[in-house]
Design a protein around this ligand. Structure first.
Ligand SMILES: Nc1ccn([C@@H]2O[C@H](COP(=O)(O)OP(=O)(O)OP(=O)(O)O)[C@@H](O)[C@H]2O)c(=O)n1
Ligand SMILES: C[C@](O)(CO)[C@H](O)COP(=O)(O)O
Length: 228
């Protein structure tokens, strides 16, 4: 069965405060989104890519990214939803039957072949894994009013990235349950959708400190520096 990449690019990029959505801003003359699509295109074990984007950006993506750069593994472009998890759900519906599904933020341009390889191997063994890296800073838990209430052990903390890779049937079922109970869980990644099902565990896999998400304006400066 095929392995499918779902690349998410339907966000509004509110924290970037740019006129053009951050996934379409240019890095070295090419849209941010191009870089992750290219990494997936070049990955030998990704058979098909589903791009999830805004309804109004579908034709731009088709003409100015997919056709222009000959990204022929992109088989479908589907409209996303209000929140990231709605967009993932649309991607999963479009994917149909598959073996592994690689869910990736289109706003993370520096995913590389090593990360894809490591997450694939872990997903083959554990059915569910996420890329991430150990945190470098001390993390404090706040009481929500400006006072630190706890300092978790740093050696146990990871910052989580994408790709997040799953057995296709497993994550589809987890998302189906989530959508049935929409509104009860503040979902910020795919792993937590699976973790919400009793007994389901997600393996942590080494990503890269370069695998940043373009979120706020200074991330663009870092991204440009990586591409020098
Ligand atoms: N409804 C949404 C929200 C997010 N995303 C995608 O999910 C990835 C990670 O989300 P984030 O960085 O939070 O993007 P935005 O939601 O666009 O940013 P912000 O939260 O600042 O508005 C991005 O590639 C984004 O395009 C999506 O496909 N659909
Ligand atoms: C999935 C993710 O990229 C892991 O770090 C992140 O949680 C996405 O969250 P955002 O709120 O959409 O930036």
């Amino acid at each position: 069965m095929k392995n499918v990449g779902i690349i998410l690019a339907a966000g509004r990029g509110k924290r970037m405060h740019s006129v053009v959505q951050k996934q379409y801003l240019l890095l070295q003359g090419k849209p941010v989104l191009y870089y992750s699509l290219k990494a997936f295109q070049e990955c030998p074990f990704i058979d098909e890519i589903i791009l999830v984007t805004g309804e109004e950006e579908i034709s731009y993506c088709q003409e100015e990214i997919i056709r222009k750069f000959n990204l022929d593994k992109v088989k479908q472009i589907v409209p996303g939803g209000k929140e990231r998890y709605h967009s993932v759900y649309e991607g999963l519906k479009a994917a149909g039957d598959c073996h592994l599904v690689f869910i990736h933020d289109g706003a993370r341009p520096f995913v590389d072949q090593g990360i894809l390889e490591r997450t694939k191997e872990a997903a083959e063994t554990y059915q569910a894994c996420v890329a991430g890296m150990p945190v470098k800073d001390t993390i404090k838990l706040s009481d929500g009013h400006g006072t630190a209430v706890e300092t978790p052990r740093r050696d146990l903390l990871w910052m989580i990235q994408t790709p997040q890779v799953f057995d296709c049937a497993l994550i589809r079922e987890a998302y189906r349950k989530l959508m049935e109970s929409d509104g009860t869980l503040a979902v910020t990644d795919d792993a937590m959708v699976l973790e919400s099902i009793e007994g389901k565990k997600v393996r942590l896999v080494e990503g890269s400190y370069r695998n940043i998400k373009i979120t706020t304006p200074e991330d663009l400066l870092v991204a440009e520096a990586f591409l020098q």
